[in-house]
Design a protein around this ligand. Structure first.
Ligand SMILES: Cc1ncc(COP(=O)(O)O)c(C=O)c1O
Length: 368
């Protein structure tokens, strides 16, 4: 059986997507209710983005990354997806090439194609899941206009180390210096707040001036359908004024002109509503330990919601279907360019974890 028919089944243990385990985090609904109440006649009128939102986001991102972001350089969007579409529409021309890293997030290729550019896939290092900077170098051509990376990474859980980011920055700087048009680095930092074991966020924006930073509240506030994110330019970005203007026009063509009014007003408060990381880490550890004790190979994610597990049989979709027979839902690696693996999202409840463990144990024992 496939997973789709079981998604709404109350007995299913759902590890499929990074979806909330409870309807909303404490304080989330009250925050939106508060900002839903109009405070003036123009509350729901067409208008420019709310300056208080950009100010609060700039201050929070400056704290997070140790870079002084300016409110003018924060462009509010519909989630990370909107921020990436905006970045691409701003800097890409038809025929440009965009290098992205495999295993990728599901929609990178579609986003690149949607911007009229050509996707160029480069595999991550399969032992460490770090960026393979040599492979990125090999994929650069005079048409390369953008490199897209994601850290902390979905699905590998890897946070790219500063040394790697510095190497990538040096490579892109050399490339830009000898090219007619410089290359941008688009950094998808959707999971910047989902860090385990005291890890800290490392952004390439500290290393490469032409980095466009992608942020979202989908993961930190665990409310992915309530779209809000932003694209941020660091103060080191050359030609910022021209880029701001370009982004303004690009927002018209990518439906990012101004995201949902209530979400904008709520942004300063939403910065303080975040997933309970202690609880999430306990759940990660419980599942990791149980899977390893049962004989699965899993590496420890440094961040994100995901465990990447080696399938005990070559056909990972057959194994995922076997788990689904006992109502345990995981994502098969063929969905995200990781044959031989499956992915489990630990946004599932603790109760689901406990109910699923005997199923994981039984399913692997049947393969021996
Ligand atoms: C790596 C990565 N980037 C971006 C997104 C999309 O974020 P948003 O819902 O804010 O568009 C996701 C969501 O799963 C993701 O995993």
């Amino acid at each position: 059986m496939g997973s789709a028919p079981l998604m709404g089944d109350p007995d299913a243990c759902d590890f499929l997507a990074g979806n909330p385990e409870v309807p909303a985090l404490p304080g989330y609904v009250e925050t939106l209710q508060k900002w839903l109440e109009p405070q003036d006649r123009r509350w729901f009128a067409y208008g420019m983005p709310d300056p208080r939102a950009a100010e609060a986001a700039a201050a929070a991102l400056s704290d997070e990354l140790g870079i002084a972001f300016e409110p003018n350089d924060i462009l509010l969007t519909r989630g990370a997806h909107g921020a990436m579409a905006l970045a691409m529409a701003t800097v890409l021309d038809p025929g440009d090439e965009v290098i992205f890293v495999s295993p990728p997030w599901f929609f990178y290729e579609a986003l690149i194609l949607g911007a009229g550019a050509t996707p160029v896939r480069v595999r991550a290092n399969e032992t460490t899941w770090d960026l393979d900077v040599g492979a990125i170098e090999g994929a650069l051509t005079p048409r390369t206009r953008m490199v897209l990376i994601n850290t902390p990474n979905n699905p590998t859980g890897r946070i790219y180390p500063d040394d790697t980011l510095a190497l990538l920055a040096a490579l892109l700087q050399r490339h830009s210096d000898r090219s007619a048009r410089p290359a941008y680095l688009l950094s998808d930092e959707a999971y910047s707040k989902i860090l385990f074991d005291g890890n800290v966020m490392r952004s390439p924006a500290r290393h490469y001036a032409r980095t466009l930073v992608v942020h979202t509240f989908s993961k930190s506030a665990l409310a992915p359908a309530q779209r809000l994110g932003f694209l941020a330019m660091p103060p080191t970005m050359p030609d910022r004024e021209a880029l701001r203007k370009g982004a303004m026009s690009a927002s018209f063509s990518t439906s990012n002109m101004a995201p949902d009014a209530v979400m904008q007003y709520a942004l300063p408060d939403l910065l303080h509503i975040t997933v309970d990381m202690d609880k999430l880490q306990l759940r990660r550890d419980r599942l990791l330990e149980a899977l390893r004790a049962a004989g699965y190979q899993v590496h420890t994610p440094e961040g994100t919601f995901y465990l990447l597990v080696r399938s005990p049989i070559d056909d990972e979709s057959a194994f995922v279907r076997r788990l689904a027979q006992d109502k345990v839902l995981g994502m098969s690696g063929d969905m995200f360019e990781m044959p031989g693996y499956f992915r489990l999202s630990i946004t599932a409840t603790d109760d689901m974890v406990e109910r699923a463990i005997p199923v994981f144990e039984k399913a692997i024992s049947e393969t021996r």
